[in-house]
Design a protein around this ligand. Structure first.
Ligand code: AMP
Length: 586
């Protein structure tokens, strides 16, 4: 397929904010694509060259793009920067420069999606000496061959800033419309931008199957190829140890009563450990692989966990869900998450870190065991399997402490004991429920003492003045709603001046600078990759921010390197919390 066919689609997607229309546009693209193009097409359509489960990033900064535009079109980097400042989008800068230059040379080749995909993938995989020059050369090779509109999207793909608004929900529905549209009687009215679905029940069933297939594989290329074959093939997509699965998420409850009402009686009550999620896989050939909830692989960072799993868990292959908690190796006391979070990203001195900041693994679920997928097996039965295969060893690997009860008094006692021991709170779990990857369905609840806090993404920042000159010192925060990021205020407190005192302006500036996609005076816009926990005193309505809310007295309490953009607070949660606040005051 020619890349120009895809860029025409990108442009249409960019020009509409309507979800149904986006679905229709993508569905048409998929329906008419050839088998051999599906792989590249699916990744490029969602603005990437990797499946969701791969932690790889394309990793090209704005500076590299500026150089590439400059070499490709023979304009100075100063001129490119000047245009960037006035247009604010390097994609459009490339398009504009290409338009001017191409009028003179009339030269453009026919780029195919395969060629674009191949070059961008090479860029992402290039490291070491001379990598920057090679990356610039690979981008330039594409830009010199590109038509102006193609230049826009090549640059945006490389920068991982597509702005076409294709989330995983649109992708999933587009696959269904493309391959089962006729069968389900889906009729899209292009004029009124509305849809008619003849068999709604069946449609739901198909959408669920596609969602499940995606939750299991985390790879739309696998889903689309199966869907193109048949509905049955979709259902056949299986978990595979070694390929990360999305974790099941917890809903928040206010008290034990609400908890019991949601998960039923009796239920399982477990300690809520204050660490980070670890999905531990043992592949058929005996390799241990560890993933975070963002699906990043962290096996190399936790060699001790690999050993514990080999020694303390029986079985040829499995997928375990667990929480790793840090502890002080001298005093044998648990440590809060922020003290060990640095181990997650650490690439050097792993042995030293392992001795200074060891972790204990608390296993609480199992999704796969010895060739058998267990996600539809009731939780009670899954825990029984865990009891059989785990040999517990304190400070290394053990099972999450659990009580099965229908009695609110016993539950209350468990909760208070957990808090007394310094734990965060408790989890309440439905004993008969399946495991739902990626879903927040109320099979698993969290209860902790009331704390006003949300996990939010940093989407921008402002350079400071005076003592903080040169550092980013105020940070723009966003929550999520239907796949969009909505701003909810700024935060500048809770952050230290000196690096050794904890989370500092220096550290945040270092983290954010490579993520800058646009600058407007003192304000920068960044890729939303840094997630932080923000505490606040109160939620207020606010016309200033797109979310419609602002946080009063926000304070940054910690970085969450284990979380991704998909984990941040939903607008709906904030709205709910806001209305509860009113009730409490009355
Ligand atoms: P939160 O991070 O506040 O949404 O709470 C849910 C998180 O608690 C999960 O994602 C796990 O990382 C963590 N957790 C700690 N202990 C448990 C447990 N026993 N069962 C499930 N999740 C747990």
């Amino acid at each position: 397929m020619l890349y120009s066919e895809l860029t025409a689609v990108y442009e249409r997607l960019e020009n509409t904010s309507k979800r149904l229309e986006k679905t229709f546009i993508l569905a048409k693209l998929f329906e008419h694509a050839k088998d051999e193009d599906l792989h590249e097409l699916v990744y490029l359509a969602s603005g990437s060259v990797f499946p969701d489960y791969e932690e790889k990033e394309i990793g090209v900064s704005s500076q590299i793009i500026i150089k590439a535009i400059s070499t490709s079109f023979g304009v100075s980097t100063g001129e490119v920067e000047k245009k960037w400042k006035s247009i604010g989008d390097l994609g459009k800068v490339a398009e504009q420069v290409a338009t001017i230059k191409k009028q003179k040379t009339l030269f453009s080749m026919h780029l195919t999606i395969k060629k674009v995909f191949e070059n961008i993938k090479k860029i992402a995989e290039m490291t070491g000496k001379g990598a920057i020059e090679k990356k610039i050369a690979l981008i330039s090779e594409l830009l010199t061959a590109a038509k102006p509109l193609e230049a826009r999207y090549i640059v945006r793909t490389v920068l991982e800033d597509m702005r076409v608004g294709v989330g995983s929900g649109v992708m999933r529905d587009a696959i269904i419309w493309a391959f089962f549209g006729k069968q389900l009687g889906i009729k899209y009215d292009e004029k009124n931008k509305s849809v008619e679905i003849h068999d709604r029940e069946k449609y739901k069933q198909y959408a669920n199957a596609a969602q499940q297939a995606f939750d299991r594989s985390n790879d739309f290329a696998v889903v689309i190829k199966a869907a193109k074959k048949s509905f049955k093939h979709l259902g056949d997509i299986e978990l595979e140890p070694g390929i990360p699965v999305k974790v099941m998420l917890a809903l928040k409850v206010k008290n034990l009563k609400e908890g019991f009402e949601t998960v039923g009686k009796p239920c399982a009550i477990e300690t809520k450990y204050d660490g980070f999620r670890m999905m531990i896989n043992k592949t058929e050939d005996g390799k241990i692989k560890i993933f975070t909830r963002r699906l990043d692989e962290v096996t190399a960072q936790f060699p001790e966990v690999v050993e514990y799993v080999k020694k303390h868990v029986k079985g040829k292959s499995f997928i375990l869900d667990s929480e790793a908690v840090g502890y002080d190796p001298k005093k044998f006391r648990y440590r809060p998450f922020q003290e060990i979070s640095q181990r997650i990203k650490r690439k050097y001195e792993i042995q030293r870190m392992m001795h200074e900041l060891p972790v204990e693994v608390n296993v609480f679920d199992i999704l796969y065991f010895d060739g058998k997928n267990l996600i539809s097996t009731p939780f009670k039965e899954r825990r029984k399997i865990l009891n059989k295969i785990v040999t517990e060893s304190k400070w290394k690997l053990k099972l999450a402490k659990q009580l099965i009860t229908a009695d609110e008094k016993d539950a209350e006692k468990f909760y208070h004991e957990a808090l007394k021991e310094g734990e965060e709170g408790i989890m309440m779990k439905n004993l008969t429920a399946p495991y739902k990857p990626g879903a927040r369905v109320g099979y698993m609840l969290k209860l902790k003492p009331e704390l006003n806090e949300f996990d939010l993404a940093i989407v921008g920042a402002e350079y400071g003045t005076g003592k903080r000159k040169g550092w980013l010192s105020s940070f723009i925060l966003a929550c999520q709603d239907k796949g969009k990021l909505l701003e909810i205020g700024k935060v500048g407190t809770g952050i230290k001046e000196k690096e050794e005192e904890g989370l500092s302006f220096i550290e945040l500036t270092k983290l954010l600078k490579p993520l800058i996609i646009r600058e407007e005076g003192k304000i920068v816009h960044v890729k939303p990759e840094i997630i932080v926990t923000i505490t606040y005193q109160e939620i207020q309505k606010s016309p200033t921010y797109a979310s419609g809310f602002a946080l009063r007295f926000p304070r940054m309490s910690r970085l969450r390197p284990d979380r991704s953009i998909k984990d941040i607070a939903f607008l709906e949660e904030i709205r709910k919390e806001y209305s509860m606040q009113g009730r409490k005051r009355k």
